[in-house]
Design a protein around this ligand. Structure first.
Ligand code: ACO
Length: 325
């Protein structure tokens, strides 16, 4: 059976580390409050690189690890809510910089579930036989969307990019189950407005600030519920038991969300990989950054089964069960 395997991972984060103490100089907060409520101790913040710069570097490293030439890539999907521009897409900018001359390219918006949605699209394209190699990138410069006077949001996020290349394989490992959901009735939980509607036909202009707003406690409950639902669903779909899963890599939003999900699913917390302490919440980039770190640390060997779980604005959520190549 033709399946998509993860042929390589890569990531890139800006060099500048902003610690909780650095933030406490900007807004009324403290290392103690941020660390105890979220688990975050520092995040990377861009000092000039835009989303396409981070995406390009993560993509370049991914192709190097996968030993795939850019000209062999058939499609580039970039999941982002912070593109450099609506057009050109980040994916097209990366396509040109990589020299991926044969590749189609588009951006995808599913907030913090973006990498999972992107991998689900890529896996389907591969299974149908349409494409052989697909680069999926999650990249964000969330720092440009933050209200740096709002302590309830600006302490949570960071900038970065993570990527995977999915390739066709006739082996029985690779992606074996996917589950995606959305719930637009909860759209006000997390918002980031785009351009305001202004034209000569409109008299009254409603200007919303273009910054992230959030109903934190509602998001928390949604996230814990979603993680449990998606883990159980992909386990059932793949006919795999929880004991067979080596790691669960959720979107890295908050350690308390992950701890609560561990309790509610009764899956030991040791199986949930976390690196949000050093990167904060990097939205669509977080799962790719975590996965690449696991590879670099030598934590994954052939045959290991992983579940990747995303949840985010929209609200969107999704999971993928994958056997390491
Ligand atoms: N520093 C100090 N005090 C703060 C800060 C801060 N950075 N932020 C809020 N406070 C204060 C509030 O003003 C409030 O003070 P008050 O009681 O005097 O009014 C107090 O702390 C408690 O505020 P709450 O908002 O009730 O804090 P809560 O315990 O809910 O924690 C948090 C907030 C951490 C955001 C929590 O709701 C949460 O984890 N939510 C999940 C949301 C999340 O992780 N979002 C990430 C993006 S979404 C995504 O990735 C899908």
């Amino acid at each position: 059976m033709r399946r998509a395997i993860i042929a390589g991972t890569g990531s890139y984060v800006p060099e500048y580390r902003m610690t909780n103490d650095d933030l406490a100089k900007i807004v009324e907060t403290s290392d103690e409050w941020i660390a105890s409520r979220t688990g975050i101790t520092e995040r990377r913040i861009s000092t000039g690189e835009n989303t396409s710069d981070l995406a390009y570097e993560a993509a370049r490293r991914t192709l190097q690890i996968a030993n795939i030439d850019a000209t062999e890539i058939d499609l580039i999907i970039c999941a982002t809510i912070t593109p450099d521009s609506f057009m050109p897409s980040v994916a097209c900018i990366v396509q040109e910089r990589l020299g991926a001359k044969q590749a189609a390219a588009f951006d995808l918006t599913a907030a913090c579930s973006g990498l999972i949605y992107g991998m689900a699209c890529a896996s389907s394209f591969i299974e149908t036989g349409m494409f052989q190699n697909i680069l999926v990138i999650g990249a964000e410069t969330l720092s440009k969307t933050l209200d740096w006077t709002d302590r309830s949001t600006c302490v949570l996020f960071g900038d970065g990019a993570g990527a995977v290349v999915l390739s066709a394989s006739d082996s029985c490992n690779g992606i074996s189950a996917i589950h995606l959901l959305s719930d637009g009735s909860k759209q006000d939980y997390l918002c980031l407005p785009a351009l305001p509607l202004i034209n000569p036909m409109i008299q009254e202009i409603e200007n919303q600030p273009q910054v992230i707003t959030m109903k934190g406690q509602e998001v928390f409950k949604f996230a814990v519920r979603s993680i449990a639902v998606h883990i159980n669903t992909v386990l059932e779909k793949a006919k795999v038991s929880e004991e067979d899963i080596k790691y669960i890599v959720t979107h890295q939003a908050n350690c308390r969300i992950i701890e609560q999900a561990s309790k509610s699913t009764k899956i030991p917390i040791e199986k949930f990989y976390m690196n949000l302490d050093r990167f904060g919440n990097t939205s669509a980039a977080s799962i790719g950054i975590a996965l690449d770190e696991m590879v670099q640390r030598g934590l994954l060997t052939s045959g290991d089964k992983l579940i990747l779980v995303g949840f985010g604005g929209g609200m969107t959520s999704g999971a993928i069960l994958v056997e390491w190549k």
